[in-house]
Design a protein around this ligand. Structure first.
Ligand SMILES: Nc1ncnc2c1ncn2[C@@H]1O[C@H](COP(=O)(O)OP(=O)(O)OP(=O)(O)O)[C@@H](O)[C@H]1O
Length: 138
């Protein structure tokens, strides 16, 4: 069964949006097979955001994502990678479709409430990266 990695970002955890965001995924019949609240290390974030290394927003993104605890979720379901990206909405909350998580809860392009893996292959890599911090049984 296909899996994806979702991160509920620091500002959304601080605003107590975890339950609301999880409900949206469940309302779309996706299974949350792991959920773990953790303070990300810079080491894990640098691996996770490796594709963005060198971009002007990279340092600020790593600082922000390591500033406070996040909720790491693994979701499972048919076509879950694409479904989650659709539910999350565009990276920039100002461009996100009404009804999407980023439209409802995103503040800025950086504080955009959630992360969702881009492809099945990247999801598998990201799940492995976060294994350094979180013990997933399977
Ligand atoms: N121009 C930018 N300015 C500031 N932050 C940015 C910018 N572009 C991307 N980011 C941040 O980097 C993250 C990863 O960027 P990416 O282009 O992979 O977005 P995405 O695939 O929509 O989002 P994600 O991978 O987080 O689900 C974004 O979620 C956002 O927080």
């Amino acid at each position: 069964m296909e899996r994806t990695l979702v991160i509920i970002k620091p500002e959304a955890v601080i605003k107590k949006l975890v339950g609301k965001i999880i409900s949206i995924y469940e309302d779309n019949r996706l299974d949350i097979i792991h959920a773990h609240r953790v303070l990300p290390t810079k080491e894990v974030l640098e691996k996770h955001y490796d594709a963005h290394k060198g971009k002007e927003f990279y340092d600020s993104l790593i600082d922000f994502m390591s500033s406070s605890e996040v909720m790491v979720l693994i979701l499972e379901g048919e076509n879950v990678v694409n479904i989650v990206r659709e539910i999350n909405g565009s990276t920039n909350p100002l461009k996100a479709k009404p009804g999407s998580i980023r439209y409802m809860f995103g503040e800025t392009i950086q504080k955009n409430a959630v992360h969702g893996s881009e492809s099945i292959e990247i999801a598998a890599k990201e799940i492995d990266i976060w294994r350094d911090l979180i013990r997933f049984e399977s």
